[in-house]
Design a protein around this ligand. Sequence first.
Ligand code: NAD
Length: 264
Amino acid sequence: PAALMEGKRGLIMGLANDKSIAWGIAQALAEHGAELAFSYQGEALKKRVGPLAERLGTPRLFECDVADMGSVDALFEGLKAEWGTIDFVVHAIGFSDKNELRGRYVDTSHANFIKTMDISVYSFTAICQRAAAMMPEGGSLLTMTYYGAEQVMPHYNVMGVAKAALEASVKYIAEDLGKDGIRVNAISAGPIKTLAASGIGDFRYIMKWNELNSPLRRNVTQEEVGKAAVYLLSDLGSGTTGENLHVDAGYHVVGMKAVDAPDI
Ligand code: NAD
């Protein structure tokens, strides 16, 4: 298994701390032999991301704010100078004003709608454009989504609308880049306690609900998302593109859970 990602080089975007989904993915990829580079949002995060990257043996760090296309261009120029070509990119980035991740979706402001869509949706397209130009022999692109794109989840609001657009863009980009041997997929993770998630109203209740109602009767870990990412980013996933792989303890298949108590 050590050879699954041997000889593959790629970029991880969205590492903030050791609770980040990006960290679970990075660790799993490194364990399977991948060479990694990281991008971080702003100098303040460098203090956290630098030591984590070093734990995986890479000094390759690039500052990138995906709201700024100049910054995205600079990231890919830096990567090109470092490696020339890449094999994969992990996009684990999302943003919305936390004041709008509670209450009603219908009250979403225009400004936050645009910002949420820009950072959480368009950035993946912008990254795919630039990454594809560095993948002459094909590659694999991965983004992170949530079930709130498919069904209404409490407080997910504008983020749910953004994830629906992100999932649709995965399908369109998969078609566009498929002829170049580039695969494009999403992982739909169950709720995991991270910095971004803590901005969502009643997040602890959402986690408890998933734990009690998913077929596996538990929540998933960032390590489990990491293992699914190895599948999609390695040759194991060579036949899979345009997919939305649920790593959610099966929650998405449940219409109504059977009552566990034997006497009802
Ligand atoms: P996190 O807070 O650890 O990561 C979010 C990352 O987005 C941070 O590293 C932050 O720096 C980055 N980011 C935000 N705005 C940015 C910008 N303008 N430029 C560059 N980077 C920016 O939280 P996480 O839960 O690991 O989130 C990663 C992804 O996983 C997100 O897309 C999130 O929606 C998705 N996701 C999370 C869960 C969950 O329950 N935690 C479930 C499903 C999907």
